[in-house]
Design a protein around this ligand. Structure first.
Ligand SMILES: *Cc1c(COP(=O)(O)O)cnc(C)c1O
Length: 398
């Protein structure tokens, strides 16, 4: 019967009822230690860095959701990424997607490079680029799909085959898709990581990271590293992530519907130049996205015909429902201007070359009515037309 159930039903019923009291909500075990009957004789827990029942429940849920053997909950997405890099040693190399999340870029290049772990960046949208870049030093392949903020898509199954043949681990940062849409372990990846701060938490109210491995032994190694280094998720935040995950499927479904409607609207607006959304037929890897994911996600990016930072500033300060903020995946719609925010430290030429134009705006489409969100964007884009008219008038007068 369980096999026939939808993912949403399986998920909701994989969250256990408390065996002690019957509480339908997972209890928060706010404790640092656990009393032992005799030295080494305990009920499965001794010290809460090593293990906590609330965290363990979250870890079981996410392992099931991602179809893995082991789940491990960290204090942030970056702490999760950090634990994976610690599987490597000096002299090893990481092969990473070229428009990688900025925090991962900083960790790889500014922290681990000085420990002798090198990183090479490639455009992983073409699997042959990955194959060609692998050397005997390559131990870990790191991809995100879709990427931030240009929503490039890489073929997980094709890259997994290459990784396996070359004896490298493949880790997929699945933050943008979430397990509701994409399950990389089923496509051949070895490790999945999440910033649970985004869709899994889903309410913009916590920072958390998750690691899921396919192989149990690999999972044990990462659990060892977590206990040795200490970057655990607290009981309360574990509970908040569980509470977020309970509504993951229905939220993501609505994020996808709203994002599609907005992407289609933006494509028709005269002030908009390009729209980046894997669900659009115009997306260069639409077919791969459709093949490996159940939906196209809630993130949409676009550029303006007036490709300037000033024009983008006008738009991002003219919306009322879309709030100007970093981060994504919450119930409230957010928008950001990467050139002046998340990608500010990247030299302009390099940023433009990676597809992040001066006017590129990224939307994290929330759970409001699509029509209201479209009206909000329309009035913000019209504000742009208005300032252009004023500028032209000033030019004529001047
Ligand atoms: C936010 C994010 C991270 C980092 O997660 P934190 O929870 O902020 O540490 C990693 N990868 C992606 C794709 C992200 O969006």
């Amino acid at each position: 019967m369980f096999n026939k159930m939808s993912n949403a039903t399986q998920l909701i019923h994989s969250i256990p009822v408390d065996p002690l009291t019957g509480a339908i909500s997972v209890p928060i075990y706010q404790t640092s230690t656990f009393v032992q009957e005799a030295p080494g004789v305990n009920k499965g827990y001794d010290y809460a860095r090593t293990g906590n029942p609330t965290r363990a429940t979250l870890e079981d849920i996410i392992a099931k959701l991602e179809k893995g053997s082991t789940g491990i909950a960290f204090g942030s997405g970056l702490a999760a990424i950090d634990a994976i890099v610690k599987l490597l040693k000096s002299g090893d190399e990481i092969l990473a997607v070229d428009d990688i999340y900025g925090g991962a870029f900083r960790l790889f290049t500014q922290v681990y490079q000085q420990f002798g772990i090198t990183v090479k960046f490639v455009d992983t949208t073409k699997p042959e680029n990955v194959f060609e870049a692998i050397t005997p030093k390559t131990k870990l392949i790191w991809i995100e799909t879709p990427t931030n903020p240009t929503l490039k898509i890489s073929d997980i199954a094709a890259i997994a085959k290459i990784a396996k043949a070359q004896h490298c681990l493949l880790c997929v940062d699945n933050t943008f898709a979430s397990p509701a849409l994409q399950q990389p372990l089923s496509l051949g990846a070895d490790i999945v990581i999440h910033s649970a701060t985004k869709y899994l938490g889903g309410h913009s109210d916590l920072i958390a990271g998750l690691v899921i491995t396919k192989d149990e032994l690999l999972g044990q190694k990462i659990k060892f590293l977590q206990n040795a280094c200490g970057a655990i998720l607290s009981p309360f935040d574990s509970w908040l992530v569980i509470r977020g995950i309970e509504t993951l499927h229905i939220r993501v479904k609505q994020h996808c519907e709203n994002a599609k409607a907005i992407a289609e609207f933006l494509e028709t607006h005269p002030a908009v130049d390009k729209v980046f959304y894997p669900g659009l037929k115009s997306h260069p890897n639409h077919d791969i996205a459709a093949k490996q994911a159940k939906g196209f996600g809630g993130i949409v990016s676009f550029t303006l015909k007036d490709d300037t930072e000033a024009a983008a500033t006008t738009v991002v300060t003219s919306t009322q429902l879309f709030k100007l903020a970093e981060s994504l995946g919450g119930i409230k719609s957010l928008l950001s201007h990467p050139a002046q925010m998340t990608h500010k430290t990247i030299p302009a030429e390099k940023r433009r070359a990676s597809g992040v134009a001066d006017s590129l705006i990224r939307l994290s489409v929330g759970l409001e009515e699509a029509e209201d969100l479209i009206n909000d964007l329309e009035q913000a884009l019209n504000a742009l037309a208005h300032t252009t008219v004023i500028k032209e008038k000033q030019l004529c007068l001047g």
